[in-house]
Design a protein around this ligand. Structure first.
Ligand SMILES: [Zn+2]
Ligand SMILES: [Zn+2]
Length: 389
């Protein structure tokens, strides 16, 4: 029964009084266990509708993890595909067990004649994000071909082929009307800033990035050897006016609003979260996709974001940490904070003081897990830290 839901289905059938369609054997089998990730849901709907409209043998079955029928119904309203009835707990549990589902959204991809387990892909979410409709029909040959093509593209990557398309070879400057040739970025370190005004972390990060951008530009100008840095805003805004008002706060260049290259870039770099800062080196090759973290960790010192630079910054941080007090009271917290490193109970964290990521050294509360960057510590005596609360 479990296998027949997705593997050897008959249609239609009655289960628990609700009529459901199971997948016919002409359909490409699919089980989707889609969680409340509306972003993925939106992407998946786009792929699904495209495949349906070109007549591909393809179906999706929604396996709900909703807590009640109302939630299930309202979520399902937005889904153009099939679902396991909410009341059919037994099948849902069996599928979760069979496919070893640990977190959602999870998309398990099955072949039409799904007899061998190695034809099953468990990383459907990643495949859809990465290749979209091109991943169909999700065979090993198709995926190998996509990976080869991707590698070819990355190997021959230049700032020009990244940022232009057949209709456009320019970027916009601050006036929004003036056009700056993409070729003018050749030989510079370039940051691609994927961001949007509706995204809170983006709006918070932009002023920080602006001030660091200006510091880097100024330092390069003083150096005066022609080395240069530029940022290109790749907007994910929902309308022209929010694009314009958001870009109005930035001192760098932008792709035009709704330019198709914006989507291509997000897919090419496999961007799943914004804000995202991708760094392209003077040779046009990708330096890092972790620009945002590096800016948060090292500010303007992160430039030019290369592995060698990051390594030397890490060494400096190790050195500097040697002179830090082993423990400290911080104005924002009532307990004693202890200096930890990656090797001694630390690791990647979100600073409770500035809300940005950190890694390496941190001051951590061993009692409740409160953690701050060493640079964010405002040292106090125990008495005043309690009064500050
Ligand atoms: Zn901090
Ligand atoms: Zn604490």
């Amino acid at each position: 029964m479990r296998d027949s839901v997705v593997g050897n289905p008959t249609l239609p059938r009655k289960i628990g009084g609700e009529e459901v369609l199971f997948l016919g054997d002409v359909c490409r089998g699919y089980v989707a266990l889609v969680g409340k990730d509306s972003n993925f849901n939106r992407v998946l709907i786009g792929v699904y509708e495209q495949l349906k409209s070109n007549g591909s043998n393809f179906e999706i079955v929604f396996v709900s993890s909703d807590e009640d029928l109302d939630a299930f119904n309202s979520y399902r309203e937005n889904m153009p595909w099939l679902s396991i009835p909410f009341s059919d707990l037994e099948t849902k549990k069996a599928l979760n067990r069979k496919y070893d589902v640990e977190s959602i959204p999870c998309l398990v991809i099955l072949q039409p004649d799904n007899t061998k387990d190695d034809d099953t892909y468990y990383d459907g979410v990643e495949l859809i994000y990465r290749y979209g409709v091109d991943a169909f029909p999700f065979t090993k040959e198709k995926l190998d071909e996509l990976r080869r093509e991707e590698k070819r593209k990355h190997d021959s990557q230049t700032v020009t082929n990244l940022l232009t398309n057949p209709e456009r070879d320019y970027l916009l400057d601050q006036t929004i009307t003036r056009k700056v040739p993409v070729d003018s970025l050749k030989g510079k370190t370039v940051g691609l800033y994927l961001s949007a005004q509706w995204c809170m972390p983006c709006v918070e990060f932009t002023p920080k990035l602006t001030s660091i951008y200006q510091k880097i530009k100024q330092a390069l100008q003083e150096k005066g050897d022609g080395e240069d840095f530029e940022i290109v805003f790749v907007s994910n805004d929902r309308d022209q006016s929010s694009f314009e008002s958001y870009f109005g706060t930035m001192p760098w260049l932008a792709l035009p609003f709704r330019d198709p290259t914006a989507r291509t870039l997000a897919k090419y770099f496999d961007v799943q979260w914004i804000p995202c800062l991708i760094i392209i080196g003077p040779d046009g090759k990708t330096v890092t996709k972790q620009g945002r973290n590096l800016i948060n960790l090292y500010q303007e010192n992160a430039y030019p974001f290369t592995d060698a630079k990051v390594e030397s910054l890490e060494k400096e941080m190790e050195e500097a940490a040697k002179s830090l007090p082993r423990s400290e009271y911080h104005a924002g917290h009532r307990h004693l904070l202890t200096l930890v490193s990656e090797g001694s109970g630390g690791g990647p964290f979100i600073c409770c003081d500035c809300d940005e990521q950190g890694s390496g050294w941190a001051y951590q509360c061993l009692e409740c897990g409160y953690e701050v960057h060493p640079r964010c510590i405002r040292a106090v005596t125990p008495q005043s830290s309690i009064e500050d609360r």
